[in-house]
Design a protein around this ligand. Structure first.
Ligand SMILES: [Zn+2]
Length: 143
């Protein structure tokens, strides 16, 4: 597991006391969250398929870079769709996992909110807790 890039992330991020609360929050929001792979959830991604990024993603990426004040390389992101993203009993519309992997539920490929939310995770290199101010600045905080 030491060679697994997610294991270090999990150790660094894993805080049991906050995890349950966040899961509830996410369940209420019913969609926008990601980086669950950083935690000790049983993560289930069903029917994952590669996704050719849409041309609009370049625009969304530039906008997300601008509002966050961060820069990154859109080209290094691996894109996928899936029919289900679930962590325990919590479902999600998108998932970011290190190093640069984004999964969106099929049908959400053209959802600016879902895609840009996961893009911001990439630019922030995680932040599963959505604690950084960029979420508010970019108006991509889960609700
Ligand atoms: Zn998120």
């Amino acid at each position: 597991m030491d060679s697994d890039p997610t294991s270090e992330h999990r150790t660094r991020r894993g805080r049991r006391t906050r995890r349950g609360r966040r899961a509830q929050h996410v369940a209420a929001a019913l969609c926008l969250f990601s980086a669950l792979g950083c935690e000790a959830y049983t993560l289930s991604v069903e029917n994952r398929q590669p996704l050719e990024p849409l041309p609009i993603y370049a625009t969304w990426w530039a906008e997300t870079e601008a509002c966050s004040g961060r820069s990154g390389d859109l080209g290094r992101i691996e894109w996928f769709t899936a029919t289900t993203i679930r962590a325990d009993d919590v479902v999600a519309s998108g998932l970011w996992s290190p190093p640069h992997r984004i999964v969106v539920i099929r049908g959400f490929e053209e959802s600016e909110l879902v895609v840009r939310h996961e893009m911001l995770h990439d630019l922030l290199e995680g932040d599963a807790e959505h604690a950084r101010p960029e979420w508010d600045v970019c108006m991509l905080i889960p609700r």
